[in-house]
Design a protein around this ligand. Structure first.
Ligand code: NAD
Length: 421
């Protein structure tokens, strides 16, 4: 049975022992025994040593699984790498509510990245900009000569745009090379093209090229996700109104929007890391896009439909791939892509955007009702118990007692530990 026929809806997933959870993933995503071994083992030091410089060892983070997701009618289970408690549980809960009304639906643009070439020391910038556009065909050809694989796949350099910017260092011509990077994140592909074009643009214009690199504001590679959250499940129309009041602050105030968007990135980054993608690139693009109209604002928007249910939407640029980069090298990233069952970078983007929306819904919903500390601190209590020195069965005992008392503090954890010992 293909994973699209299997249900990602699981109750009490968090109560299962790790082995049972792995069994579930293996069955859902048709994983081989070797994949399961990779999930359970550590990155080998030789691979780590090839990935970055001056390697000393490995730094590990928890890999968990969000369940209950339906996206464009297909069930997904989502691997998430994060150090923050509550994030995975919150995403799974939001997905459970979203699936009542059919789950998430998405839209995705073509995978177009922008490469920038900065030209300086030109007197007639308008004339030079025109000359660049007159040579468009030849420029695109040279760019495409750099990446035959991409061109054969239907991608490659597609267009040119020229901008003239005034600066304290004089006028500059910024040429944007628009590249369809197919299933790659595309940074190396675009940078290689830009570097090859530098001498050609200098020759055409008589100017001097300084920067030649992609832009992380990938605003031609946008993804949207939408979901309807059932009002009854939220606790009635008053809860929907409370949600909208809370969300509205993020739409008008950058101080709130920064925290609101951080909550979105809790979900997004954890899947970006799990698939070996570049989370700094995604973060940079998301926040620059959130400020595109001059004021930093929310990446999500919410409204109420005619039925009184909450409608949530997210739109952001996502420069991520399923080929190339660290995702091709890190064994766990390869298995995480299998777990997702995604076939294209666009499909991965659609899952990422849906997860971001789910994460944001969960956070604002909690904030607009009981606050996030209740859920957060309950999970956090176990960490505090460990910090106090609790071992094995003591951890749950100490955590439960602190939750019961409503006092989740290190000094109290130490006292309880002493009492039970
Ligand atoms: P890459 O060069 O490893 O792989 C992309 C290449 O794979 C393509 O150019 C193409 O030749 C080939 N390919 C094979 N099958 C393909 C398919 N189906 N679709 C598309 N291409 C296919 O990686 P990349 O995606 O060009 O670059 C990503 C890496 O660049 C990341 O590791 C990122 O961290 C890094 N990086 C980022 C920045 C930045 O964000 N500012 C700057 C420099 C480097």
């Amino acid at each position: 049975m293909s994973s699209s026929k299997k249900s990602s809806k699981v109750s009490g997933f968090y109560k299962m022992p790790v082995e049972k959870r792995i069994e579930f993933v293996k069955e859902f995503s048709d994983l081989a025994e070797e994949d399961v071994n990779i999930i359970s083992s550590s990155l080998d030091i030789e691979t780590a040593d090839r990935m970055v410089e001056n390697v000393l060892g490995k730094f590990e983070l928890p890999l968990g699984l969000a369940v209950n997701f339906v996206i464009n009618g297909k069930d997904y289970i989502i691997p998430m790498v994060t150090e923050e408690s509550s994030v995975i549980a919150a995403a799974s809960n939001a997905a459970k509510i979203a699936r009542i009304k059919g789950g998430f639906t998405t839209e995705c643009s073509s995978p177009l990245m922008i490469g920038q070439l900065q030209l300086l020391h030109i007197d007639d910038v308008a004339g030079a900009a025109q000359k660049i556009m007159n040579h468009k065909k030849e420029i695109l050809q040279v760019a495409n000569d750099q990446d035959k694989i991409l061109v054969d796949l239907g991608g490659g350099a597609k267009d040119l745009e020229v901008r003239i910017l005034d600066s304290p260092m004089g006028k500059m011509i910024i040429t944007h090379l628009i590249v369809d990077v197919r299933d790659a994140m595309g940074a190396n592909a675009v940078n290689t093209m830009c570097e090859a074009l530098a001498p050609i643009l200098e020759e055409i214009t008589g100017g001097k090229i300084r920067l030649k690199i992609l832009s992380n504001l990938a605003d031609k590679r946008l993804v949207k996700a939408k979901a309807v959250f059932d009002k009854e499940k939220m606790g009635g129309e008053k809860a929907v109104d409370a949600f909208l009041e809370s969300y509205t602050l993020a739409s008008i105030d950058p101080y709130r929007a920064a925290t609101h968007n951080k909550g979105i990135m809790n979900g997004i980054d954890s899947l970006i890391i799990a698939t070996g993608n570049d989370f700094r690139a995604v973060e940079a693009g998301a926040h620059a896009y959130a400020a595109r109209n001059g004021q930093y604002t929310s990446l999500t928007s919410y409204s109420k439909n005619e039925n009184g249910d909450l409608v949530g939407e997210i739109e952001l640029p996502l420069a991520i791939g399923i080929v190339g980069g660290a995702g091709n090298i890190h064994p766990k990233a390869k298995v995480c892509k299998k777990v997702l069952g995604i076939k294209t970078a666009q499909e991965l983007s659609e899952v990422v955007a849906s997860l971001g929306l789910a994460q944001n819904f969960a956070a604002v919903f909690a904030l607009s009702t009981v606050g996030i500390q209740k859920g957060h601190m309950s999970l956090h209590a176990k960490n505090i118990a460990v910090m106090a020195g609790a071992k094995n069965h003591e951890i749950d005992k100490v955590a439960e007692q602190m939750i019961k008392e409503g006092k989740i503090k290190l000094d109290r954890a130490k006292e309880i530990l002493a009492e039970i010992r």
